[in-house]
Write a protein that binds this ligand. Structure first.
Ligand code: GLC
Length: 488
């Protein structure tokens, strides 16, 4: 009798993600949230069926409490054209995910994560280190999943240089655009002198008179994704594509949109150490306490029934701040309070500081990037304004919903995908929306929201809809899984 064949356990799916920031280690925006939560969501979904690892720079900003948990693997030399640079590799495990940190203080001990004159060199170093790391730790993934321009070169190096080595040849590359506005554009000299790539690669990276990392990654990747379905469509349109529409159209056949989720454990009003009182959809007394606490600490009139409209945002133009600037004084003639938290371009910082000075007790402005305070605002406010000109996904509208704060959004990108406009007749919907990028359309949406707020029954239902909408990673992690499997 033939022996029964031993049951072959399916080999786990091997994924290596690379990106410029991830929570809780270092972050400056939404990418940090996504890279900080998607890997663990994949692990939670697939268990032993996945080996997911992430690599990011070891910035000076990474706190000692995390450094203490890291193990030093080894130091190698990364050759960036004629430069020979020290590269330390550190690792730690968290929630079933293996994290790698690329150390080089010259490149990564800076006051900010990005925005330095030598960003091209810093992230070329990082991207090359991603590929060298595979050899050092002997982890050749099925899929290299790179996020945004900071790791775009890892896709390009993989396909144009490393794929000749059989160990790298089978690796598929997924490239995700979180925001096409930031492309990584440099002069031609950078190709050879910094990236160490030959003239024959110029046509891959060249675009519109520059060396363009996003363009190169779009050309080289096996699959291109972006962070919502609507943004995937919008990216083919010159209005949204920041000059890359010819490329996004040409490669549309390999592109898809997968909307982000949020970490519903971290953003959980029922168990959030940063807010003063816990609450959930059936027990909203804590939300009222959070509102009073916020009003008091920000120097606003403590008034439970005055609707509070909040914004938490980077102060940059595409967030729709010009619309706000145009009509906010008119809006403030109504009974409402306005709270803004964020940092960014000086002209907006100055405008909002001035606004607070003109409306004491009614407007509070905090120019800062402050996670704990952001959660107190999500919890304490009633309405959350996001009038973005473009918004690839947007996480804040989902976080606001989770904390029972109704989003007012423009119908673009992920705002369109995640927010269902309120219908005052049927009491369906989880937010208030407007379509055209126009200040008075936004003003109208805010005024409609204030109207809904004053109807207690309608308002209670809309808050309930918002708080019970499912923004967990569950569905999206499944979509990424299918995408990876499709590639193999
Ligand atoms: C970028 C986008 C934002 C998105 C985030 C995470 O910050 O601007 O819309 O939510 O990336 O994908």
């Amino acid at each position: 009798m033939a022996k029964p064949k031993p049951v072959q356990k399916a080999r786990p799916l091997r994924i290596l993600m690379a990106g410029g920031e991830a929570l809780p280690f270092a972050s400056s925006g939404g990418l940090g949230d996504v890279l900080g939560s998607l890997p663990a969501a994949l692990k939670a979904r697939l268990g032993d069926g996945v080996d997911v690892r992430v690599v990011m720079p070891l910035y000076g900003q990474v706190k000692p409490e995390w450094r203490e948990k890291m193990t030093f693997i080894r130091a190698i030399t990364v050759n960036l054209s004629w430069r020979q640079q020290y590269c330390g590799i550190f690792t730690l495990e968290k929630d079933g995910v293996t994290w790698y940190f690329i150390d080089n203080e010259f490149y990564f001990k800076r006051p900010t994560l990005y925005g330095c004159l030598d960003d091209g060199e810093r992230f070329a170093f990082f991207s090359l280190a991603v590929l060298e790391l595979m050899r050092e730790v002997e982890f050749y993934p099925d899929v290299l999943h790179a996020h945004d321009w900071q790791s775009a070169l890892s896709v390009i190096y993989l396909k144009r240089r490393y794929a000749q080595d059989p160990r790298y040849a089978g690796i598929r590359a997924v490239y995700t655009i979180h925001n096409i506005e930031y492309q990584g554009r440099y002069g031609f000299h950078i190709l050879g002198d910094v990236f160490g790539l030959g003239e024959e690669e110029r046509s891959v990276l060249e675009y519109d008179g520059d060396i363009n990392l996003t363009k190169g990654a779009i050309v080289c990747c096996d699959r291109l994704t972006t962070v919502s379905r609507r943004y995937a469509e919008e990216l083919r349109d010159a209005y949204f594509a920041h000059g890359l529409e010819h490329v996004t159209n040409r490669y549309a056949y390999k592109s898809t949109g997968i909307v982000n989720g949020i970490d519903t454990g971290y953003y959980n009003p029922a168990a959030d150490p940063d807010i003063c009182a816990a609450f959930d959809v059936d027990h909203l007394a804590g939300k009222a306490a959070c509102k009073a606490d916020l009003q008091q600490s920000l120097g606003l009139e403590v008034s439970p029934d005055t609707p509070m409209v909040a914004m938490i945002t980077r102060l940059v133009a595409h967030k729709g701040l010009d619309l706000v600037r145009h009509v906010i004084d008119e809006l403030l003639e109504r009974r409402m309070q306005f709270v803004l938290l964020g940092t960014g371009e000086k002209e907006y910082e100055d405008f909002f500081r001035g606004l607070a000075a003109r409306h004491p007790g009614k407007v509070a402005v905090v120019i800062d990037f402050n996670k704990p305070l952001s959660k107190r605002i999500y919890a304490g406010a009633d309405l959350f304004l996001m009038p973005s000109k473009s918004e690839p996904c947007g996480l804040a509208q989902m976080i606001a919903c989770r904390y029972g704060t109704l989003p007012i959004v423009r119908e673009t990108g992920g705002l369109f995908d995640t927010i269902v406009p309120a219908n005052p007749v049927t009491a369906e919907g989880n937010g208030v929306t407007f379509v055209t990028y126009n200040a008075h359309d936004m003003k109208d949406a805010v005024e409609r929201s204030l109207g809904y707020y004053s109807d207690r029954t309608l308002w209670a239902q809309l808050v309930r809809n918002a708080m019970t909408a499912d923004f967990s990673w569950n569905a999206s992690a499944g979509n990424y899984e299918s995408l990876y499997r499709d590639l193999l």
